[in-house]
Design a protein around this ligand. Structure first.
Ligand code: PMP
Length: 353
């Protein structure tokens, strides 16, 4: 750190993204990306848009909002696009948390929530999960702060039902509830359809996973118009051009190819069920994931060793050294061939023990 770094941030521990090593070609099952290329419509739209890069992007994302409302059936003032959903999550910490309004989220969840809280100097309350990694929704009733729930949760993949989400919202009449649905398209129920009913609900999603656009950095929030206005106030006070031209065009393209997205999600779900079944045969234990990843441990093979040995075999998976997670690994679901390579490699490692 230089001597000029403000003391405001001198203790900030930044989020650590999954590794992206360049030393060889790996089967990448460590950062929950899609294994499928973006839709052809994304390629066509971005090539055309590149010709206009001398111009700033449209701060209102007019074309993208229009395409979105046609697919999602919400009004145009009920959605906002951001630079990945990480950005709208940060905006929500800025807009809805302060000294009197802590952020409230599970102890085991998306690691960025605590970083956003620290960055924005807001207090946060971390609530333990149940022993089976599930969320006890009553822990979030009248939370006394802004609730952040990833649904499905990360890295467990466990999803709450829409009725449970509804119960959390209804039992927080004086608090905002942010539902982070980064992985919702792989088998969980979305709360987007609830936004007209509740003035304390915001749902965030991303084009990074189900729409194969992690590199485009496109996320969005849906909520009633007053809440979207709050987030616009923050957006227009930081970077009105937060969504660049290429990503905006890509977003319009992918929304015109919903069939491709649906088909890819279905393939991921099938590959997940196949991988679950094969790893269970090898003695793995895991949660019931509704995401594009699984959260697994083997009673006789340590999580860190599995990650290190698979890396030697050219397969990347995600491991954390936090004590409560150290037995586990998170494995992104890829193509059937990638999952077969993983299953075979794991089989070899277990046989070599
Ligand atoms: N929420 C959760 C739970 C995530 O795992 C991620 C991906 N790391 C995000 C939000 C952010 O994704 P993105 O910024 O790519 O939209």
């Amino acid at each position: 750190m230089s001597k000029f770094m403000s003391s405001k941030y001198s203790n900030l521990v930044p989020y650590t993204p999954g590794e992206q090593p360049k030393d060889m070609k790996y089967i990448k099952l460590n950062t929950n990306e899609s294994p499928f290329a973006p839709s052809e419509k994304v390629l066509e739209a971005t090539l055309e848009e590149a010709k206009k890069l001398q111009l700033y992007s449209d701060p209102d994302c007019t074309e993208l909002v229009k395409a979105f409302t046609e697919v999602y059936g919400v009004a145009k003032d009920e959605v906002i696009f951001t630079n990945g959903s990480d950005e709208i999550l940060n905006f929500a910490f800025m807009a809805y948390c302060d000294d009197e309004t802590p952020a409230v989220f599970p102890k085991t969840t998306y690691g960025f929530y605590s970083v956003f809280a620290e960055l924005n100097h807001v207090p946060y309350i971390e609530i333990e999960l149940n022993d089976d990694w599930s969320i006890n929704i009553e822990d979030y009733f009248n939370a006394g702060g802004t609730v952040f729930l990833a649904n499905p949760n990360a890295p467990t993949g466990i999803a709450l039902s829409l009725d449970e989400i509804r119960a959390v919202i209804e039992n927080n009449p004086d608090n905002m509830v942010i539902i982070d649905e980064a992985y919702v398209d792989f088998g969980a129920e979305s709360a987007v359809k609830l936004i007209g009913e509740y003035d304390n609900l915001m749902v965030t999603q991303t084009f990074s996973k189900s729409r194969s656009m992690a590199g485009a950095r496109l996320g969005f929030g849906v909520a009633n118009a007053a809440l979207i206005q709050d987030i616009n106030t923050i957006k227009y006070s930081t970077n009105p051009y937060n969504v660049n031209r290429m990503s905006m065009a890509a977003g319009v393209g992918v929304l015109r190819d919903e069939e491709y997205t649906r088909k890819n999600c279905q393939t991921i779900i099938e590959n997940r069920e196949y991988t679950v079944q094969e790893l269970k045969k090898q003695g793995f234990e895991m949660t019931d994931s509704k995401a594009n990843f699984i959260f697994v441990k083997h009673p006789e093979y340590s999580g860190s060793k599995l990650q290190a040995e698979l890396k030697k075999k050219g397969i990347l998976i995600r491991h954390w050294s936090k004590p409560e997670l150290e037995e586990y690994n998170r494995i992104t679901i890829g193509t059937r061939e990638q999952m077969q390579a993983l299953i075979d490699a794991v089989g070899e490692l277990l046989a070599e023990r």
